[in-house]
Design a binder for this molecule. Sequence first.
Ligand code: HEM
Length: 427
Amino acid sequence: MVAFIALAMLFLINDRVAASMDIIQELKAKLESSRRKRQLPIIAPGFDPALQRIDVSGRHEFVPPAQGDQRGPCPGLNALANHNYLPHNGVATIRQFTEATNKVFGMGLDISLFLSVYGAIFDGNLEKWSIGGPSDGVKLAAFLSQPQGISYSHNHYEGDGSPTRGDLYLCGEAYSLQLCQFKQLYFMQNDTKEANYTIPIIRLFEEIRLNHSISTNPFFFYGFISGFGVANGAHHFIYRFFANKSAEFPEGKLDRYVLKTFYAISGDDNNLIYTPGHERIPENWYRRAFDDEYTLLLFFGDLIATGLVNPQTLALGGNTGTVNSFTGVNVADLTGGVYNAKTLFEGNNLACFLVQSIQMVVPSFFKGPLIALSSVLLHLFKGINGSGLTLDNCPQLTRLNESVYSIYPGYTKYANGTYPTFGNCTC
Ligand code: HEM
C-alpha cells in the first residue's frame, strides 16, 4: 500500500513538473522573441499612452476581496487580483502570474517566470499557488502538508527588513502593512507637485528599515533569496513598477496619491487608514514602456547599484540572538570556497549562485523531479544578449554547507511561520 501511494505521488508530481516545464518552454520562447530592445538604462524609454494605459474599468474595475479570497504581502499581486488581472480568489497558475505581471506592470518575462515558478515550488503545488495563505484551491496529495501560500513563506520568499511589512518575529505575522512603516516612506516626500519616490529615496528608506530590524529584532535574518533578492528587490519594485509613466516622466513619477492607492491607504495626512487587501491600480495609470520591461538585467543592475550606496543590502547574515549582533554569513564556508564575499558579486556569479542555491534548497521530497524543473530556469538566463548573465561558465557548486546558518536563530528557530513569542511591533 505504502509503495503504491509513493508511486502515485511520484506520478502526480512528475505530471505537474512536466506540465510546468511545457509552460516554461513556451514562455521561454516568447521571452527570446521579446528580448529587450533597450538593454542598458542609458537611453530614456519611449511613451505610448494608448499602449501603456491600464484599463481599470468594466471587467477590470476594482472589486475588493470577498470572504475566502486570498490577499497577502505583495501589493502588486493583490492589486492584480482586485482588478481581475489575476483570478479574484488570489490563487493562480504559473502561466497566469507570468502573463498578468508582464501585461499590467511590464515585469520582464524572465523575472516573472522565475518568481512564479519559485512560488509554485516553495509555496504551492508546482502548478499554482496562493498570494495569501493556505487555500483549498492549492492542494498537494492528501498526506502531504498543505502549501502555505506566500503569506507564510518566511525565509524562502518573504523575509525580514521588508518595506512596509513587519518582521515576523516583531509583528507576529509578516503579510500586513504596518502603518508606521508606510508613514516613514510616505513622509520622506513633502506634499508638493514635485513629490516623487525615486530610487535614491527608496534607498534611504531601505537603509532605515534594515537598521531598524538589526537594532530591534534579535532574530533578524537576511538570506540570499528572501533578503537580498526579495525584500531588497521589493524596495526597488515600489518605484520601478508603481511609478506612473508619462511623456514628461517616461521612467515614471510616483506621487503620494499613486503610492497610497497601490498600498491600500486612504485618508488625509493626519489620518492615514490602511484597509487590508484593498490595493488598487489608480485611474489614469500607465505601465512601463514595452521597450523598457524590467528584466533580470535591470533588476540585478539595481541591486548592485544599491549595494554600492548601501553595502548593508549586500551583506547576507543576521543577528545572533540579541539586537545589534549582525554577523555576516561566511560565503566561502557556505559554498565550500567556490565563492567568497568578494567574488560573489563579480561577473555573472550572483546569477549563478541564485539559481544554484534554489536548486539546492528545494524541499527534499521534491528534489528529484524539481532539479529537472529548476534546471530549466538555468536556461532562462542563457543568451540574455550583452547582459553578462549567461550561466554557461558558472563555478561548479556541488553543495551548500547550511550549518553556517546555525548561528542565526532567525533561520533555525521559527516553526510553521511563527515564533513562540513576539517582540515589539513598532517603528
Ligand atoms: C510572480 C510575481 C511576484 C511574486 C512571487 C511576488 C512576491 C512577493 C513577496 C513574497 C513579497 C513579500 C516580501 C517581504 O515582505 O519580504 C512581495 C513584496 C512586494 N512586492 Fe511582489 N511579487 C511579485 C510581483 C510583484 C509585482 C508585479 C509588483 C509591483 C507591481 C510587486 C511589488 C511588490 C512590493 C512593492 C513589495 C513590498 C511590499 C512591502 O513590504 O511594502 N511584486 N512580493
